[in-house]
Design a protein around this ligand. Structure first.
Ligand code: NAP
Length: 270
């Protein structure tokens, strides 16, 4: 980590580049895209890149550039940080299910007049042979489960396990990066792991644990899509939790390449 609180400007700051000079970019991170984008931008001269992480994961994969960890204290705190650290552009590259921070970013950016971009990877789309059941929340997923199977592969993360805690008749294979805490389902096995995952490994997990239903958020990430292929092959249903709403009027990019184009346009027009 090259510093917390975004205090240490890198030596590259004084160089110039056509994307811009002496520009400070804040990336709201916690995703593969955010890490990739930070790496790409940090390699450019004339940019100071800070990534902000919420601090949920005990040993996060750190991106290139500066890193700060922990909440800002709501939209007001984020606005203050943007002002004090003289941020020139804000990129919300958080997970599609991180609903609160995206609204905070929209509010803070509007208040301090900092251009904001949201990086939103496209959601997953069912194909031939898929048996997907769309739901709007973890609670709805829990409601749908008893009719679909008895041995559940739960890949929605360690937060929110409480929604499944009352399902004592079902058995759960819970996969998360860090160990979950109660409340959690009484009959469960935890596998601590983080993507990317291969189809072979997902196929083997489903076979070995005799999984008959999969639960996932619609994260849309390539790194975690293999379970969907493995579920289709095994002929088991998938409960897909659809994404929460995002703030209106915020321009979006589908990937880091599009985000770089947006940044280029911002600074060329500035
Ligand atoms: P959330 O519900 O949208 O945010 C809750 C609070 O956490 C925010 O109000 C903010 O606190 C703080 N926060 C969130 N992201 C932050 C960031 N990048 N930097 C600094 N503070 C942040 O978010 P969440 O669902 O708890 O997710 C937390 C982080 O984990 C996100 O950065 C996200 O990219 C990552 N992640 C989430 C999921 C998921 O399924 N939700 C999956 C993978 C990764 P203050 O109000 O105090 O600023």
């Amino acid at each position: 980590m090259r510093g917390t609180g975004g205090a240490e400007p890198s030596a590259k700051r004084t160089e110039r580049h056509d994307v811009g000079a002496e520009r400070h970019i804040l990336i709201l991170g916690g995703t593969t895209e955010a890490r990739r984008l930070a790496g790409e931008l940090d390699a450019l001269p004339g940019l100071r890149v800070t990534t902000s992480l919420a601090g949920r994961v005990a040993q996060p994969r750190l991106p290139a550039g500066e890193v700060r960890i922990g909440g800002f204290g709501g939209p007001e705190g984020l606005a203050r940080w943007l002002r004090e650290q003289q941020v020139d552009a804000l990129i919300d590259a958080t997970h599609p299910f991180a609903g609160t921070i995206s609204f905070n970013a929209a509010e803070a950016a509007a208040e301090v007049h900092v251009p904001l971009l949201a990086v939103r990877r496209p959601g997953w789309v069912a194909g031939p042979g898929d048996d997907w059941h769309d739901v709007g929340s973890l609670d709805e997923a829990a409601e749908a489960l008893p009719a679909l199977g008895e041995r559940v592969f739960l890949t929605t993360g360690r937060m929110g396990l409480a929604a499944f805690a009352h399902l004592g008749r079902l058995w759960f294979l819970v996969r998360s990066v860090d160990a979950p805490e109660p409340p959690a389902p009484p009959r469960m096995e935890v596998v601590l792991d983080r993507g990317p995952f291969t189809v072979e490994a997902e196929r083997e997990l489903i076979r070995r644990h005799r999984i008959d239903v999969l639960v996932t958020k619609d994260s849309g990430a390539a790194a975690t899509a293999a379970k969907l292929t493995a579920a289709r092959e095994a002929g088991i249903p998938v409960v897909v939790v659809r994404r929460p709403p995002t703030p209106e009027g915020v321009p979006t990019a589908a990937d880091p390449a599009e985000a770089r184009e947006w940044l280029d346009r911002q600074f060329r027009n500035a």
